[in-house]
Design a protein around this ligand. Structure first.
Ligand code: NI
Length: 170
């Protein structure tokens, strides 16, 4: 297992729609192990494969550090099959460090996919886990929290980032 570098905005891989996993082989198992270790080390409550530079549809999540949940959840090729209600809460992202904003999400979601043994699973979720699942599936579609901001807020974010980047390269 290894802790990998987490890609940060504006890295291009974060904008690409990730490819489905076709065969769950030892390289995929190894990737999942590294994702889990990287998520816990960050520390974060979720991580998607593109965040460590692999454009495949795999996500891991564990919200237990912040609220009661089912513990470690690994989903390959996840798909939201039902979404109910609406909730707005502050959200952050390991790929957009030092930034948090209120993001609207469905309140209760069911996600279908494969576990790491290749068995079909359905994960029913609410609260932070529902938010994390939607956030990580967004990553697999090349969508970041900043893409979910209002156009005005997004402009403010980009201006701040440009300023920060200028200071860094000075
Ligand atoms: Ni994220």
């Amino acid at each position: 297992m290894a802790i990998l570098e987490i890609k940060r905005y504006p890295d291009k891989i974060l904008k690409i729609k990730a490819e489905p996993v076709r065969i769950i082989d030892s390289s995929i198992q190894n990737l999942i192990d590294n994702m889990i270790e990287t998520m816990y080390a960050a520390p974060g409550v979720g991580l998607a494969a593109p965040q460590i530079g692999v454009s495949l549809r795999i996500m891991v999540a564990d919200v237990n550090s912040r609220e009661k949940g089912p513990g470690l959840t690994v989903i390959i090729n996840p798909e939201i099959i039902s979404a109910l209600g609406e909730t707005e809460e502050e959200e952050g992202c390991l790929s957009v460090p030092d930034y948090k904003d209120d993001i609207k999400r469905a309140e209760i979601v069911t996600v279908r996919g494969l576990n790491r043994e290749g068995k079909e699973i359905e994960v029913e979720s609410k609260g932070l886990l529902a938010r994390a699942l939607q956030h990580e599936i967004d990553h697999l579609n090349g969508t970041l929290i900043i893409d979910r901001l209002s156009p005005i807020k997004r402009e403010i974010f980009k201006k701040k980032l440009r300023k920060a980047l200028k200071t860094m390269t000075r």
